[in-house]
Design a protein around this ligand. Sequence first.
Ligand code: ADE
Length: 253
Amino acid sequence: MKEKRIGILGAMPEEINGVVSLLKDKKEIVKGMRTYYTGTINNIEVVVVFSRWGKVASATTVTHLIIEFGITEVVFTGVAGAISQDLNIGDIVIANSLVQHDLDARPIMKRFEIPLLGITELFSPKEILDSTIEKIDELVGNGSLIDLLSSKQRELFSLTSQKVVVGQVASGDQFFSSNIEKENLLAILPDVLCVEMEGAAVAQVCFEYDIPYVIIRTISDVANENSVVDFNEFVSQVASKFGFEIIQKLIKW
Ligand code: ADE
């Protein structure tokens, strides 16, 4: 059997810095404008990298992880903008389904259909999904994430409680910053919980290479007119701490 080696991705330095600090026997390999950090976490081999923003950047990075580093599974952690009204800043979304909201080859294919795959959404494999849900539920349930924040930070983000929601995540090369953009998205994808710019691209590559994957997103903003301010504050103050804690919990035998 192939030895377990987990690829851990985020889209920005802030999303992986905490994770990099967990690495034992850390080495750096620079290729294609990315720095890949190899090492171990809890005695499990990992490769950590930030992909840069967007579908192309994340698809090429995860392909590199698979081909050059022989990773056997993928965990993506990062932030997202809430689309569902039920989500608040700080909530965690685990994607069981991923769709590329900007993929539209009509009238040749159905809206969102991935050419040649003939499907419009990708489903995270059950085993990795279930074990991730169980561990993140535990982490959030015992308050480990919220406890990392100062009272000032909790106040800033109105973060008094935190929940884990499992559902559909939409990815595309677009930063959402208005209610009208949200409404337009909900009109075409009514079940979407949140938006980001990488998950569905990573999912497509992993599906094509038969690599188990899971996408975990913390809500940094509610994708409205205030999203740029909330996003920047959340990324600089919280993303790295949450990334550290989430990965430390997940990467265990
Ligand atoms: N990632 C975090 N917030 C986002 C937003 N508002 N739109 C797209 N991607 C995001």
